[in-house]
Design a protein. Sequence first.
Length: 284
Amino acid sequence: MRKLIETLKKNKLTTAMGIVIVVLLAYMFLGTGASMSYEGAYKESSPMAYGMEMAVTSGETSRVMDQNVEDDRMVILSSSLGLEVSDIEDSFDDVTDAVLERGGYVSSSNIYKRNGYKSGYITVRVPKDEFYDVMSIVEDLGELESKTIRGDDVTEQFIDLEARLGNYKATEERYLELLDMAATVEEIVMIEDKLMDVRYQIEYLEGRIQYLENRVEMSTISINMNEPEPLSPDLDWHETFSDAVHGFFGMLQNIIVFVATWIPVAVLLAIGWIFYKKRKKVKK
């Protein structure tokens, strides 16, 4: 011991470092004990508040774990095609058959006639694994005029929703535990109000997750089709002749109505003119 003291006296730097180390160890020991005592007192005095804090901490830990585990990319595929086909109704039937055979379905469709030729659109949903196969089948139905493919990556959005859902579920479980521990009516009412809000958020998040999963699993293909516009419309001679006859008789009828309307007026004007001439001669 005497040798240690003499050594410390000779080496002032070593002495200073030793003092610093001793002070740090004492601070760490005292700080840990105080923190543990405070946490115990906090838990005993307010078990409900302590439980809610633990639920939030658990949710944050779950979120970090979910982010580390999630590796797959979630992409929503969609496309838009424009085609010129010889027969739009047959083409619609071909698309429908191909989609149904691959586990998809028709979301909407419409065929209409414009300027003497047919046009229309059909929107289908197909499993993501069949997306490009169905696209290839559609392109072979006619002459491709336009083509657009889009992929929306919703991986981060999906991870965030799952993490929030796990957080709210952990909070729900802790509130249920606190509900069993509640000793007063006020505490019961407060916890039930919190539970209602948490369950609403859980239902909303579950709905959003289900929606994204459906959009990812079932891709969307929108197809616009039109038949070739006729260069010269076919004339119906019988209909044309009938329209000409009707037009002639219609014009003749208008002439008769015009004459019948103005004859009385012309007669009255003639009588008035004759009377005026006679009266003028008498004066002379």
